[in-house]
Design a protein around this ligand. Sequence first.
Ligand SMILES: [Ca+2]
Ligand SMILES: [Ca+2]
Length: 341
Amino acid sequence: MLLCFVHCTQRGAEPVLAPHEGAAPVVSEAPPPMEAGADRDGDGLDDAQEAALARRFAPSVRFAGVDPQGRGGQHNVAERYFPMSVARFLAQLEAGVYEREGQRWLTEPGSFSDERVVGYPSFLKGDPPRAAPVYVHVYPGEESGTAFCEYWLFYPYDVAEARFLGVDIPYGGHRGDWEHAAFKVQINPPRLLGGYFYGHDKCLVVAAEDLERIEDTHPAVYVSQGKHASYPNAVVIASVGLPQAIVGHLDVANGLGERWDTWRDTALIDLGEREQPRDPVARWLGFQGPWGPDGVWLGSIEIGTSATGPTAKREWRNNGPGTPWREHLASRGGVLVGAGR
Ligand SMILES: [Ca+2]
Ligand SMILES: [Ca+2]
C-alpha cells in the first residue's frame, strides 16, 4: 500500500551496461579568455570584469560527511555523488562509455534531444571532488554599481532515502541534477550584499552580515548529502514541511566532508546570457528540458524529477525575494551543527 502511494514512474529504462576496456572520452572545456572591454554576452558588463567578480566571490562549497555524534539519523553518511563537467558528461553520453564504481562500462549512446536527456545509467558519481568546473552567471543588478553572481553545479545523480511511516524507502533520487547559489555584490570596492540559497524549490535569503565567509568575499555554501540543496550554515533540517513521523527525510548539510574553495584551482566557466551564451556552453545552455528521464510521485503529486538546466529555471537572472533563512530554520526545526573546521 505504501509503495503504491510513493512510487517512481516515467522512469526511463536503465541502459544495459557491459564491462569496457577501451579509453574514456577525453574532452576539454577550457573557456576562451575574457577580453577586457568586450561585452560578448551583451549584458552591459565588461566581460573581463564579470570573470573577476565570479572569482572574487566564488564560494567555499562544503559537502556532508559522517558526524561522529550521529546527528542526521539514517542520513548520516558522507557525500558520494559529486558535480561533473557537462562537457565530460556529454562526451560519455554520446560515446556510451561511463565510469562508475571505479570501473568502465559500455552501452548504447544516449541522446541530448529537444525534450530530455536519455540513455545514461543511474548512480554516476560525477568527477572526483574539486575536479569539476563551476558554471557561473554574472549580470548587472538594477542598482548602479551592483551585480549578481550565480554559481551552478551539475550533478549526474541525486540520491535520497526517506522514512515513510517508519519504513525506509528510496524516494526522489533521479538522474540529472542542477543546483546553485547566488550572491548580490557591490562591484567597487568588492563587497557581499546578500545571499540566495536554493534547493527543493526554495529560495533562502541571507543578509550580508549573516553570511559565513572566507577571506571576506567568499561565502560558505553547505550542500545537503545526496540531495545537494544549498544552505548558508552547517545544518540538519527537514527537507519537506511535513512531520518527521510521517515523512522522515532530513537534509544533512553538516560540512564535515569534502571542502572545495572554488576560487582556487577551479575552472569557473562563464555561461554568458541565455540569448548570447559563451562558446564552451552554447551547445547546451538553451536546452529547456530535464537532464534525465526520471519522475517520482507521492500519490498523484510529482515530488521529484530529473532537473532542468540553469536557463530553464525561474531563478535564472531572478534572485529573490525568498524566505529569510532564520525564519525557514525555525519553521523546519533545523539545528545548526557547526562544521568544526
Ligand atoms: Ca558581459
Ligand atoms: Ca553575464
